[in-house]
Design a protein around this ligand. Structure first.
Ligand SMILES: Cc1cc2nc3c(=O)[nH]c(=O)nc-3n(C[C@H](O)[C@H](O)[C@H](O)COP(=O)(O)OP(=O)(O)OC[C@H]3O[C@@H](n4cnc5c(N)ncnc54)[C@H](O)[C@@H]3O)c2cc1C
Length: 458
């Protein structure tokens, strides 16, 4: 496996991606973590900080950062996949607001730790601007701000922008307004995950790479190289979860794909803006997301790749020429200054994890000692840090503000068996794409989008 080819980010970390040694036979630990992405590593980090005597082993099928953590858009945001109104309906307004507050604090917490641990990951908290480029999108922006106010969010948490204000941050074509939140930092995601792996190792955590776990059961994680026996076993496998026995329908892997341009000249950046390295998107249905990288590229991604039958995950699915072409086209529509000549130098993708009710969760079953976190959809960069802190509290038996948050112990329903799952997820995707096209054509909001929301129980 040529790890640097997995993403632009993994190709630009300041270290060779030489795998650490695999597990060398049966062993014991106090906590074994399966998966060395942000979730597994943040869990190990906070456990090791809280109690350096806890013996922690992390088992990783490939290398730390092989998964979505080494490939994502680098938005360390306060976003949570379940919307605030949906959270309030399910858990009550106070608990929904507590969840949002915890997510906002999480952005600062990640910033604090990367500074304290010397994890150089091009951190810049410039916030997020979400553009409205049609009247329909502007209506959606207004509705989002109104809902935030109605639920008691501070005016500064989400600001409605007029056309001039939005363009001043991100001068895309046809901007009519937008929204801005300060609660997001742009990061180099692979530098973050690789730096985190080094930080946990320095605190005595053992990371065994190229060590796939074939079974998780109470008291043990089983691998071809041996079994780690531990009273606590944490599953942190996100998009790969369906490959574990008993978890075929726990999480659906959905692919998100990205492209990166060559570094752009200053003259181009003078026209585009993003001077605070604000992360950016627009108010369409099928999510697109971008950042201005520290070395002056546009890194830009979106969903739209198909879901694969049986929740299969494969390196072959990371690349979808049709989606890469659509992303380049969309970049050109947003920023005509790029012209046809600005080269795309990198193309990649990876699976993220979606729970059936779109509700991320974290938990520890005290009877079995089995813990888990995930289902973040496209919002795991921040949320995984909150999950790691929460799992550390749960494992150490600490009752805290974190362990009382509404996502703790939440059990999502299982996905439908195939072929229903395949039909539903791909139909939803197609409907969303069609809704965006229809809105562009007619200038009216699409009913299809509401149907999809209901379908997905989002
Ligand atoms: C293209 C893309 C763009 C994204 N953009 C953003 C963004 O901008 N902001 C945001 O917040 N989120 C984003 N996300 C989502 C975010 O990256 C994830 O939510 C987050 O990285 C999840 O971290 P994780 O540690 O839970 O999972 P992962 O990083 O996927 O890690 C899981 C790890 O477990 C390992 N593993 C799996 N099965 C086994 C096994 N059986 N045995 C041993 N090891 C195993 C895998 O090899 C992998 O290393 C994006 C995702 C993608 C794919």
């Amino acid at each position: 496996m040529r790890y640097p080819e997995l993403s632009y980010w993994l190709s630009t970390v300041d270290e060779p991606l030489t795998p650490r040694p695999p597990l060398a036979g049966d062993t014991d630990a106090d906590v074994v973590v399966v998966g060395a992405g942000y979730t597994g590593l943040w869990t190990a980090y906070y456990l090791a900080v809280a109690d350096p005597t806890v013996r922690i082993t992390v088992l990783e099928a490939q290398i730390a950062g092989y998964g979505a953590s080494g490939r994502n858009g680098g938005w360390c945001s306060a976003l949570f996949p379940t919307s605030l109104p949906a959270l309030a309906r399910r858990h009550g307004r106070d608990r929904a607001l507590a969840m949002q507050r915890a997510m906002r604090e999480t952005v600062h917490e990640v910033g604090r730790v990367v500074a304290a641990e010397g994890v150089g990951c091009d951190w810049r908290q410039g916030g997020t601007v979400v553009l409205a480029r049609s009247e329909v999108q502007l209506d959606r922006a207004r509705a989002e701000v109104a809902a935030a106010r109605a639920h008691g969010l501070d005016p500064d948490d989400l600001v409605l922008l007029d056309a001039a204000e939005a363009s001043a941050r991100c001068a895309a074509e046809g901007v009519r307004g937008g929204t801005y939140t300060p609660h997001c930092a742009a990061v180099h995601p692979a530098k973050l995950v690789r730096g985190l792996a080094r930080a946990v190792e320095a605190r005595g955590v053992r990371i065994a790479e190229r060590t796939p776990v074939t079974e998780i059961r109470a008291g043990a994680a089983v691998t071809p190289h041996g079994t780690v026996r531990a009273p606590v076993v944490v599953r942190a496998t996100e998009g790969w979860t369906p490959g574990l026995p008993g978890h075929r329908r726990t999480i659906a892997p959905v692919y998100s794909l990205m492209v990166a341009t060559a570094p752009l000249p200053d003259s181009t950046w003078d026209e585009i803006g993003l001077t605070g390295r604000e992360t950016f998107s627009d108010h369409r249905h099928v999510i697109v997301y971008g950042q201005r990288t520290a070395d002056g590229r546009l890194a830009f991604g979106g969903r739209g790749a198909p879901y694969h039958f049986g929740s299969r995950v494969s390196p072959a699915y990371d690349r979808e020429p049709r989606v890469f072409a659509a992303l380049r086209r969309t970049l050109g529509e947003l920023f005509p200054v790029l012209g046809p000549d600005v080269p795309v130098t990198h193309r990649w993708g990876g699976p993220l994890g979606v729970a059936r009710d779109w509700h991320a969760s974290v938990g520890l079953d005290r009877a079995s000692g089995l813990g888990w976190a995930g289902g973040y959809v496209g919002d795991g960069v921040g949320a995984s840090n909150l999950a790691g802190r929460t799992l550390a509290d749960l494992i150490l038996g600490r009752d805290s503000d974190l362990t009382r948050l509404p996502w703790v112990g939440h059990r999502s329903p299982r996905w439908e068996p195939e072929p229903l799952r395949w039909l539903a997820v791909n139909a939803a995707l197609r409907l969303m794409l069609a809704a965006d096209r229809a809105e562009l054509r007619t200038g009216r909001p699409s009913r299809r989008a509401a149907t999809v929301s209901r379908l997905l129980n989002h």
